[in-house]
Write a protein that binds this ligand. Structure first.
Ligand code: IDP
Ligand code: MG
Length: 162
């Protein structure tokens, strides 16, 4: 994906529903709330993260005391990463998420409504915190799909197959 998409306010962000939401059977409700808030879901999948992947995804936290627990939690079941589009997507999605700790998040935010109020690790959903992070995180989960899309587009330009 080209870097230009992430210039200016940024229109794309990476959201990821955490495993405890999957276990509670609330993925659908979370996705509905994301759509109701005006985000378009460009691409979405279900993934079982492995330790190395979760460590890489959260590498900026590797010195934190909660790192091991965070990695274990993110590998405890499927996660649902998705690319969201909206004007100012990164900032707008952080607003929909609410504060990191569900107990401190405002009512009506995803983390207040779907997070575990006694366990910050299970705060329901991840959202990129900058355009640079969105670029990195979208590449992490969807690099192969984006490369494939680029190849199909290139083929279409060359051969008009679509
Ligand atoms: P964010 O998800 O709101 O951006 P970060 O500070 O980037 O918050 O932390 C990443 C994730 O690490 C959080 O979403 C949460 O799951 C977990 N986390 C953050 N702080 C703590 C903590 O103090 N104890 C346990 N887990 C934490
Ligand atoms: Mg963060």
């Amino acid at each position: 994906m080209s870097q230009e998409v992430f210039q200016g306010p940024g229109h794309l962000t990476l959201a990821m529903i955490k495993p405890h939401v999957y276990r509670a059977g609330k993925i659908g409700q979370v996705i509905s709330r994301i759509e109701d808030a005006g985000f378009k879901i460009l691409i979405l999948k279900s993934v079982q993260l492995r330790k190395e992947g979760a460590e890489y995804f959260y590498e900026e936290h590797k010195e934190k005391p909660y790192f091991k627990n965070l990695v274990g939690t993110m590998c405890s079941g499927p996660v649902i990463p998705m690319v969201l589009m909206k004007h100012g997507a990164v900032e707008e999605f952080r607003k929909l998420l609410g504060a990191t700790h569900p107990a401190e998040a405002a009512e009506g935010t995803l983390r207040h409504d779907f997070g575990e109020h006694t366990n910050v690790t299970n705060n329901a959903v991840h959202g990129s915190d900058s355009n640079a992070a969105a670029h990195r995180e979208i590449g992490f989960f969807f690099g192969r799909e984006l490369k494939l899309a680029e190849r199909v587009n290139a083929l279409d330009k060359q051969q008009g197959i679509l």
